[in-house]
Design a protein around this ligand. Sequence first.
Ligand code: DX5
Ligand code: ZN
Length: 546
Amino acid sequence: MGFRMRYLDLKRKICSVRMLAIQGIAEAGSGHPGASFSAAELMGVLYFRKMNHSPTKPDWSERDYFINSKGHSAPGFFATLAIAGYFPPTEMKTLRKLGSRLQGHPVRYTQKENRQSVPGTEFSGGSEGIGLSVSIGIALANRLDGKKNRVYTLIGDGESNEGQIWEAAMAAAKFKLHNLVAILDRNRIQQDGFTEDIMPLDPTRDKWSAFNWNVIEIGGHNVEQIIDALNKASEAKDSPTIIIANTVKGNGIKHMTNNPQWHGKAPPREHTPLLLEELRSECLIAPSIIAGQQENYEEKIRSAERGGADIIHLDIMDGRFVPNTTFYSDTIKQLRHITTLPFDAHLMIENPLAHIQDYIDARCDIVSVHAETCSESEFAQITHRLLSNGISPGIALNPSTDVPNWLFPHLQDVDVVLIMSVNPGFAGQKFIPEVLSKIRLINQKLREHGFLGYIEADGGIDATMLQAVYEAGARIFVAGNAVYGSGDIHGAIIQLRYKVNVALERKLLEQANTIGIRHDWLKTRKHILIPLANELGIEEELHALK
Ligand code: DX5
Ligand code: ZN
């Protein structure tokens, strides 16, 4: 079954990595945001979920090894080590400064060299093309010593121009190194151009299979696909595995996305607050499969995935807590194999503690129970069981229910607060307008109490409501009728995401005004804003930009 991911906590941690990296790069005035962001999920999943490692014992003999062969992704790599606990995150402010341990490219950590390097750095990366060879040496030595340690190597697609990579590829297959997993950050950009223009690498898959590697290809920003691929790689018996991770350079900041300009360029320091706002504003679209006519849940999930949904919202109703009955854990078990998309289970059932194991066994990734159906101690037992099974715990509130006082001591264990904007029981109802100010107040109150999780809005969400709900503070949007009642699932999801983008750009423009950088921000952001200019009312202003 492989390990479980506590999905929302993992997303939040990876978001913190991007925020820390961009702060360090902006502060230094130099660095590589492009690669730091394209590999963020890859490094995050390894350090926060997959690898056996110990930040307090960097030389632990049983540790797995991470060889970062694309050294220029150093800011993202360092930020990942910091969030994982290898050194204080505040030290990222010294990135690339004279005397700092955090230079432009990582230096292998040794007790002796501990003034120039940070614990957890296994390899001095900078000149590229070397890391895979070093990984073979480590994997071979481990196997000769009969050790179970695994070796994970991050390589680049520009770096794959290096001949040494292919020598190493031959050797690893020759030695049948099943304990070696190479991860290709396939972001299709190298330095100032696109790989397929500079030195075509495709057909990448065929190349690696021709070198007798076990090849897995995934979306490199989907943590669930990365986890699935790493689990599969652990099952390889007699060949090394390469995970071709299709990523996007600069992913996370729209004007840096897939843009060679931002390979090795730092944003102006004064842009930092806006970039942090954008990163912390990542939104998730969650279609609710009980909505719409047809009952074919399997097809609904497949079309949602094809349509670009982030998570699947599952409404479990027992006919007692709510005046409707839908499905239970057995149905979820049957649906689990259809997709790696996270399952967001919304339990509208009485006595959830008695049934929680069923939803753990059904492999849900997020499970929210209603505050109206459990006491503080029952909720504490539920979150404990979910967390110990790597599941993100959530609490749901009916429209008339406020956050219970007993919840505040448990906030660090809660990854999502789901606020109902309709009375629970049916899809296709109208959004209750009064809930908007409730979302805003609850979001504020929870943040004041140190809540780091997500606010999820559920009920009557459509393209007309979304901006207001976004501005109120929600970042997970359940959409039932808006998606499955639309007749065009893909189109509906695109339109919801478009509305999220408009709300985000509006917020960033307001912030740019407040800190007095509107003109510069418009120039930097122009190609992102043009498609939204009409809705944002800035067509003339963009037009006038020199
Ligand atoms: C209602 C459910 C919602 C509902 C959403 O009790 O919790 O998830 O299915 O559907 P729409 O978006 O149509 O309100
Ligand atoms: Zn729901």
